[in-house]
Design a protein around this ligand. Structure first.
Ligand code: GDP
Ligand code: ZN
Length: 307
């Protein structure tokens, strides 16, 4: 049978088959990922082939993992030298942010976008809590939208409280596996509640299968919205994951810089204090926003706050 992993606790996996039935599954033998030390060989979103065991217990055995389109990793909390795969095969990331209570910093947004570029995951920025924005803030939000749209990002404005913009969000997700991210307090759970019908039912269905006593809050969970439409929630994880980007490659993950790189005088330009830098020139001419450039510089110098 074929299925997708909707929950991974490290030793047990919950696999959803093509008829939406859930199976508690384990891995046959040892799977190893080439060249990577990971604490979990399988993650939420992994597509697998499995057999249902006929001998009494209602369990399944996974014997094949499909090659991943992409995956996000973070430092393992248990074994520091290991990486932990958070989720795999993600088509889209929704970054939930807000201008108030609590305001999301550009530093955080841009760091997330850079990581998503590195993982090759398209990102939509979703400004929530628009019901709280006064006129001045609404103007500001439009300016921000313009700034990100110019670089090619999709920006949405929604209010979970007033159920505004939610239908449009749902359309974005259609037939995709979408990861929802954001700082705690931005309204991620409120939005998931609006997006996923019968969320409570699905959550309890999944947790019924989980190992008792295992702290599952740090593991990603996958919910079905419609057939072939899934969302992945990563409770407690606000950043997308870890990536190690060499300083002289950081600008490759800023789309507005990437398109100007071959115009710099030096091909190893870090766009900081080198003469003949096309990026700095574009910032001077207001063709690249100063806000984005500041995010770039703080990432370059490794001194950005991770708020
Ligand atoms: P999470 O931590 O990101 O999952 O955020 P929650 O969904 O728990 O929401 C945090 C707080 O923000 C709660 O008090 C929500 O009622 C509130 N909240 C969420 N969405 C909105 C919104 O669109 N407008 C307003 N005014 N409050 C919201
Ligand atoms: Zn340059």
């Amino acid at each position: 049978m074929k299925g997708v992993v909707v929950k991974s606790t490290g030793s047990w996996y919950l696999v959803r088959d093509e008829a939406a039935k859930l199976h508690r599954a384990r891995l046959r033998g040892k799977f190893k990922l080439k060249g990577m030390k990971v604490s979990n060989p399988l993650a939420v979103g992994d597509k697998v082939e499995f057999d249902v065991e006929t001998t009494g217990e209602d369990t399944a055995v996974i014997n094949k993992i499909e090659t991943r389109e992409n995956y996000i990793i973070r430092q393992s909390t248990h074994k520091t030298a290991h990486a932990h795969i958070v989720a795999a095969n993600i088509d889209l990331a929704l970054l939930i942010v807000t201008l108030v209570s609590p305001r999301t910093s550009f530093g955080f947004i841009d760091r997330f976008l850079v990581t998503a570029e590195a993982y090759d995951i398209p990102t939509v920025i979703v400004y929530n809590k628009t019901d709280l924005y006064d006129e001045e803030m609404q103007n500001y939000q439009r300016q921000i939208t313009h700034m990100y749209e110019q670089i090619g990002y999709d920006v949405r404005a929604v209010s979970a409280r007033n159920n505004e913009g939610i239908e449009e969000l749902k359309k974005l997700l259609h037939h995709k596996t979408t990861l929802l991210s954001g700082h705690s307090g931005v309204g991620k759970s409120s939005l998931i509640n609006l997006i996923v019908p019968d969320l409570e039912l699905k959550t309890s269905e999944i947790s019924n299968f989980s190992d008792k006593g295992v702290h599952t809050t740090t593991f990603a969970e996958m919910f079905e919205i419609d057939p072939e439409t899934f969302i992945i929630d990563t409770p407690g994880i606000k950043e997308l994951g870890i990536v190690d980007i060499p300083k002289n490659e950081l600008s490759h993950f800023f789309p507005e810089m990437r398109e100007r790189l071959n115009q710099c005088r030096f091909n190893n330009c870090t766009h900081f204090n080198e003469p003949g830098c096309a990026v700095v020139e574009a910032v001077r001419k207001n063709e690249i926003s100063l806000t984005r450039f500041e995010s770039y510089l703080s990432m370059l110098h490794g001194d950005d706050n991770r708020k």
